[in-house]
Design a protein around this ligand. Structure first.
Ligand code: DGY
Length: 331
């Protein structure tokens, strides 16, 4: 028997976080590769006071009401579109996330996708592996220049700004759009604010760094692709549903745009028989933007600290819904 607060951790996360949770809580850990099925999650949380969730777990009003003793949900991600934040706040339930620690690692992969797609790296690897490389070819696998090209950044938060920093090393011209104009950063970062249509018309690369919300869902649709250059490349390391994937397929197939590099898809995982997967000009990786050893370790300890604070009734170090503390929180 233990008097430690009972918590459910919905997948194995790095030891930096698990050791903290184990020390402070009576932890039940879901040790499988796949997320707990919905009915299992609902069952598992019945005798718990805290949940450490992943972006693959749907945390909605039904789940929050399934056990009113749950005092905290700590998400192992900076994004929280898997959680109904309004419902949580209305119930006095603090939600935690992991902002800041994954900014550079995510910007690194967005820029990696940009470079790999522009220079056709995945096609080139396939070419060598298929023993098609017979000689040096003057017309072989020609791609797009990155240096001095125009990069359009949609969403100029921490990760969007990280992308701009990387682009400056390649002498790129950077246009950005965000609901909040960042005039304070424009001169120092050498970036220019533009409306979305200007970015679509002028950018050689468009990189998405906004969150998924009703106004960004399917923001990249057939109408948007029609406004882009035929040589443009789309990069998405934010959330899959910001892009209409069938419209993207049509745009890539018809030559409306040149290429796409995706870390996120809709749905996830993207079925292997999805038409996008077969396109040579669409590079897809399995939502690994924050997947460096160091960053996942930091995310784990941050998520653990949110969980532990929450079960103790303390303010979370990084709450998504700080306004929950304006009212009464769940005890
Ligand atoms: C997040 O944190 O939101 C990423 O998508 C996964 O690290």
């Amino acid at each position: 028997m233990t008097n430690k607060p009972k918590v459910f951790v919905t997948r194995i996360i790095p030891e930096e976080g698990l050791s903290l949770v184990r020390e402070a809580c009576d932890m039940e850990l879901w040790e499988h590769e796949l997320p707990p099925p919905r009915e299992v999650l609902l069952e598992k949380i019945k005798d718990k006071v805290g949940v450490l969730s992943l972006l693959t777990d749907k945390i909605d009003a039904e789940l929050m009401d399934a056990n009113p003793q749950i005092r905290v949900v700590s998400n192992f991600a900076v994004g929280f579109d898997n959680i109904d934040i309004k419902a949580a706040t209305a119930r006095g339930l603090p939600i935690g996330n992991t902002p800041g620690v994954l900014t550079d690692t995510t910007a690194d992969i967005a820029f990696t996708l940009l470079m790999a797609t522009a220079r056709r790296i995945s096609e080139s690897i396939d070419y060598v592996r298929a023993a098609k490389w017979k000689t040096w070819g003057p017309m072989l696998l020609m791609g797009q220049d990155i240096h001095k090209a125009t990069l359009g950044i949609i969403g100029f938060g921490r990760i969007g700004q990280g992308m701009a920093k990387r682009a400056s090393g390649f002498d790129m011209k950077v246009l950005y759009h965000d609901v909040y104009r960042r005039q304070d950063l424009e001169q120092s970062m050498g970036v220019t604010y533009a409306d979305i249509d200007t970015i679509l018309a002028e950018a050689d690369f468009v990189s998405i760094h906004t969150d998924l919300n009703p106004s960004t869902r399917y923001m990249f649709n057939a109408a948007a692709f029609a406004k882009m250059k035929r040589t443009a490349i789309l990069i998405n390391s934010a959330r899959g549903p910001i892009v209409d994937h069938m419209a993207l397929y049509e745009a890539l197939k018809s030559g409306q745009i040149l290429g796409a590099g995706l870390d996120v898809t809709d749905p996830e995982p993207i079925p292997v028989d999805h038409p996008l997967v077969s396109l040579p000009n669409c590079l897809i990786v399995p939502h690994i933007a924050s997947a460096s050893v160091a960053t996942r370790g930091k995310m784990a300890s941050m998520a653990a600290n949110n969980l532990i604070a929450g079960v103790r009734g303390e303010r979370l170090p990084t709450p998504v819904n700080p306004n929950v503390y304006d009212g009464e929180i769940r005890k």
